[in-house]
Design a protein around this ligand. Structure first.
Ligand code: ZN
Length: 466
């Protein structure tokens, strides 16, 4: 056994890179804010999912797979959900189930492992009520007009994470003025639901939770009052994470909610902020299954590699040029590994170079530089380096062991990853009964000389017809 590396992580709370020490030395607990399931996740939503998946993989490597608990919630109660369900004329349940199914398929395609627990907000109403009761009892919250509000002035060090000046917070809160608020900065924990809106019985009448409260309840239930790492996108620092901290700290009486707060930077598309009005709004689903962005479909590993080339704290520009580069790179890497392995199984773990790079505040850029070095190794060391490259690709979620075991077919000009992507797209098309698309993909594959075989167990295998 080699000595486990010292992990250094940048903590938004202290604005410093710190040595990571879990509260329980043998078990790491991490919470990351998950999706609100009302629409397809866009490529900006993919960034935290990928970043924290890399951290999850690193923690599992260092502490052991059974010793890392990663919780990523599903927000399935939200006014955006109510509005969208009404717009589409379907039930809230149908909308959240459908959206969650697509989200899970999208992030699996991006090479992300399943978190240990994916709790749903609607299954944690009792914990939310318990938190509000504690907050009211200790003078940190009050009920008014069927609402429950958090009293920001009751917490002298509110705002420690975002370090926003109080006058700025007051100005921000003014957009949300309501007669039942005692102070402008107070925020909603619970609000009343009308007959048609989803609601639960509570001591304050039938109502539903505010978004911030959901995360405090789910992290408490699954990770305890204080845990190690809390993550999310930088846009969540204020007010979402600030308010999570206020709720959890005041309810449970601790100095912190989580010891380390990690945030990934913004993502823009082709140099511009992504927005529906600019027409550069791109979903993970579209990237994987349509030719809308950059003229063709992109495989999950290509999207993942493009994402990991920028350090997670830096702002990132998502461009079709970067995807083309990532595509070439990953094809070259996989070809080299396949040729070296020649169909043999790979039984290696990650390299110390990759682990050392990731242990330095998830320096994925430097980890990928190590992969380039392995790829460029020549002479006697090449076979060894290319095997290691394969193992690191598996570790980083950029390839699967079974995929690397596949033979390399140069002459046919058929690339296995391309065929696999087309087969996946065809399965997706069939799942939504889009037979025209399914047939179009089959024709495309036939033109490539690929013959499909749909097996009884639902899988599809293929071979190249000469
Ligand atoms: Zn959250």
């Amino acid at each position: 056994m080699s000595v486990p590396p010292i992990l250094k992580l940048y903590n938004t709370l202290t604005r410093a890179k710190e040595e990571f020490t879990p509260i329980d030395p043998a078990n790491v607990r991490m919470y990351v804010c998950g999706p609100t399931v009302y629409d397809y996740a866009h490529i900006g939503n993919a960034r935290p999912v990928i970043v924290f998946d890399v951290l999850f993989r690193l923690l599992r490597h260092v502490y052991g797979e059974a010793h890392v608990k990663y919780v990523r919630n599903i927000t399935d109660v939200d006014d955006k959900i109510n509005a969208r369900a009404a717009e589409r004329g379907i039930s809230i349940r149908e909308l959240t189930e459908e959206t969650n199914t697509i989200f899970q398929a999208d992030v699996k395609a991006l090479g992300c492992l399943d978190p240990t627990v994916q709790p749903r907000a609607t299954e944690h109403i009792a914990e939310m009520i318990a938190i509000m009761q504690r907050l009211i009892a200790s003078g940190h919250a009050y009920a008014a007009d069927g609402h429950v509000l958090f009293s920001v002035p009751s917490m002298p060090d509110y705002g420690k994470l975002s370090r926003r000046p109080l006058d700025e917070m007051i100005a921000g809160a003014r957009v949300d003025v309501a007669p039942y608020k005692k102070a402008d900065t107070d925020f909603v924990l619970w609000k009343p639901s009308s007959g048609s809106e989803p609601g639960w019985d509570s001591p304050w009448g039938r109502g539903r939770p505010g978004w911030h409260l959901e995360c405090s309840a789910m992290s408490w239930k699954h990770l305890g009052e204080v845990f190690d790492i809390h993550g999310g996108g930088i846009d969540l620092v204020f007010p979402h994470h600030e308010n999570e901290i206020a709720q959890s700290r005041c309810a449970f009486g601790h100095d912190v909610m989580a010891n380390v707060w990690m945030h990934n930077g913004f993502l823009q598309v082709e140099g511009e902020k992504m927005s529906k009005s600019l027409g550069n709004f791109v979903t993970i689903h579209e990237l994987l299954h349509t030719e809308k962005f950059g003229g063709h479909m992109w495989s999950g590993p290509v999207l993942r590699l493009a994402m990991l080339r920028t350090h997670y704290r830096q702002p990132m520009d998502f461009t079709s040029k970067a995807l083309e580069e990532a595509k070439k790179k990953i094809e070259n890497w996989i070809r080299a590994v396949r040729i070296t392995l020649g169909g043999e199984a790979l039984a290696l773990g990650p390299s110390s170079d990759v682990i050392a790079a990731l242990a330095d505040d998830l320096n994925t850029h430097s980890a990928l530089t190590a992969l380039d070095r392995m790829f460029n190794t020549s002479g006697d060391e090449q076979a060894k380096a290319h095997r290691q490259l394969g193992a690191d690709l598996v570790f980083l979620g950029l390839a699967s062991r079974s995929e690397l075991k596949k033979p390399h077919v140069e002459a046919s000009h058929v690339r296995a990853d391309e065929v696999d992507a087309l087969i996946a797209a065809r399965i997706a098309a069939r799942a939504v009964k889009n037979w025209a698309e399914s047939d179009r993909i089959r024709d495309e594959l036939v033109a490539m000389g690929v013959v499909l075989k749909d097996n009884k167990d639902g899988t599809t295998t293929w071979e190249v017809k000469r």
